[in-house]
Ligand binder design. Structure first.
Ligand code: ADP
Length: 259
């Protein structure tokens, strides 16, 4: 009887995908999905082959932000065809459920769903796959980093102490899991009035910069809080697509260029 082939151990690469980068945050609502959508579109605009996996099972927002809808097809009943817009190949848990349906999943189901999204979606050849994680330090984060060779994580936070506290926990988790931290992004850094251009530090300013310095990780960018960014996301064309040359898009494009 031939010896059973050993089960693969440790994180595995995904065939055809050169790099996997996780976009993470400690708290919800800090703009993690906004960052993921804009980085994906900015990378695509530079001619890179980019995929975006919306693994934020509790609040999948990428279909709306990237302006895609409909159920992904599965012609052979085994693999899933991803959707595509703004040059980004994308798949979301939100496309497998109704938009207003609450997701109540236990850990093993989440792990199965994530593995299916990574391995059974026909991503094609990609230079980079961005994974928009749920907030916090839970099963999806663990499964992603333990099963797949993640090249690095970007941590998004607002400058507030409450958000930074949770961001620190997220960074600690990635360090424990041996996932390199590529850097932090301060979102909602400064409010720029869309009427008069007046600047105001609604959530404080510079909190992420000093935290990043303390933790020894790079600060990748400070993104302003601006009405245009929210309107662009809600309209299905992120700010780097809607207004690529605006100051509001500059930070995202800068980070993408250096990824
Ligand atoms: P998360 O993924 O962290 O839960 P989202 O990216 O969904 O957060 O952002 C939450 C809300 O805030 C969305 O409506 C989004 O459009 C808005 N938003 C995020 N970043 C900005 C910003 N820099 N300026 C204006 N609105 C923003």
């Amino acid at each position: 009887k031939p010896a059973r082939k050993a089960e693969p151990q440790g994180p595995q690469p995904v065939p055809g995908i050169a790099r996997i980068i996780a976009i993470a945050s400690g708290k919800g609502g800090v703009g993690k999905s906004t960052v993921a959508a804009n980085l994906a579109c900015a990378l695509a605009a530079e001619g890179r082959r980019v995929g975006l996996l919306d693994a934020d099972v509790y609040g999948p927002s990428q279909p709306r932000m990237l302006g895609v809808s409909g159920r992904p097809a599965s012609p052979d009943g085994k693999t899933i065809l991803p959707l595509r817009n703004h040059g980004v190949t994308m798949m979301s848990m939100g496309l497998m459920t109704n938009e207003d349906q609450a997701v109540v999943w236990r850990g093993p189901m989440l792990m199965g769903a994530l593995q299916q999204m990574m391995m059974q979606v026909q991503w094609g050849a990609l230079d980079v796959l961005l994974v928009d994680l749920p907030p916090g330090t839970g099963d999806v984060q663990l499964t992603l980093t333990q099963k797949f060779a993640v090249d690095g994580a970007i941590i998004v936070s607002t400058p507030q102490d409450v958000a930074l506290l949770d961001a620190r926990k997220g960074i600690d988790m990635f360090k424990q899991l041996k996932t390199p931290i590529l850097g932090m992004i301060e979102n909602m850094s400064t409010h720029i009035c869309s009427n008069c251009g007046h600047e105001e530090h609604v959530f404080g300013h510079g909190g992420v910069a000093s935290e990043a310095e303390k933790l020894g990780v790079p600060l990748l960018s400070e993104i302003p809080l601006h009405l245009d960014i929210r309107i662009a996301s809600d309209g299905g064309a992120p700010i780097v697509v809607a207004k690529p040359d605006s100051a509001q898009a500059a930070g995202f494009r800068h980070v993408a260029r250096n990824l």
